[in-house]
Design a protein around this ligand. Structure first.
Ligand code: E4P
Length: 214
């Protein structure tokens, strides 16, 4: 499974990239706002760090507006993927952008039927939001499992990005469910990295080594 970093904080991307585990990046308007920086500058900088898909989200609600926003964003770098919302206008934009050779990530997916339509419209990626489904009492990961089965049944090339990831358990479950990608906040990636027994083990090895040297 590929791991994308779900952030617009460049320092986080640099740090995780150095671990050799980052295959791409996703941003959204909330994350860009948190970064406090100009959208295009952030996207440019991310593309210079990570050699993989970088999702940049449009904010228009009509297809023509989305396409107009998408073109200059896609021109920033070949790895830029345009994130469009799972609406009729978003599908229309995904379809039009595919014809122009611009890849899209259809976001805010909450049902398998939505994912099916996005794949048919020509999206390169779909982003089911597991955490937000969990928040309202649904098992979010079931959605990933359903989408996986549907895409496999019909050999859709569209990749599944497990999004709205809140814990290491989501990362493990996404991998077990056969998601192509999990997009993970930096904090969750750190949680995946750490284990108290690793720390205790390290401490013991170093202590024993010091003793042996005396
Ligand atoms: C990713 O593409 C989404 O924008 C992100 O994972 C949403 O996560 P949240 O539900 O924690 O805001």
């Amino acid at each position: 499974m590929k791991i994308f970093l779900d952030t617009a904080i460049v320092d986080e991307i640099r740090a995780a990239h150095a671990w050799g585990v980052v295959d791409g990046v996703t941003t959204n308007p909330s994350l860009i706002a948190q970064s406090g920086r100009r959208f295009e500058d952030v996207v440019k900088e991310i593309c210079a760090i990570v050699d993989g898909p970088v999702s940049a989200e449009v904010i228009s609600v009509d297809a023509a507006g989305m396409v107009a926003e998408a073109r200059p964003l896609a021109a920033i770098h070949k790895n830029v993927v345009i994130k469009v919302p799972m609406t009729a206008e978003g599908l229309k934009a995904a379809h039009a952008l595919k014809k122009e050779g611009i890849r899209t990530n259809v976001t805010l997916i909450f049902s398998p039927a939505q994912a099916l339509l996005a794949a048919k419209a020509g999206a390169a990626f779909v982003s089911p939001f597991v955490g937000r489904l969990d928040d309202v009492g649904h098992v979010g990961m079931e959605l990933v499992e359903q989408i996986r089965a549907i895409f496999d049944n019909y050999a859709f090339a569209c990749e599944i990005i497990t999004a709205s990831v809140r814990s290491p358990l989501h990362v493990i479950d996404a991998a077990m469910a056969g998601a192509d990608i999990a997009t993970v906040p930096y904090k969750v990636l750190e949680q995946c990295l750490k284990h108290p027994l690793t720390d205790i083990g390290m401490e013991r090895f170093l202590k024993d080594w010091e003793k042996a040297k005396k």
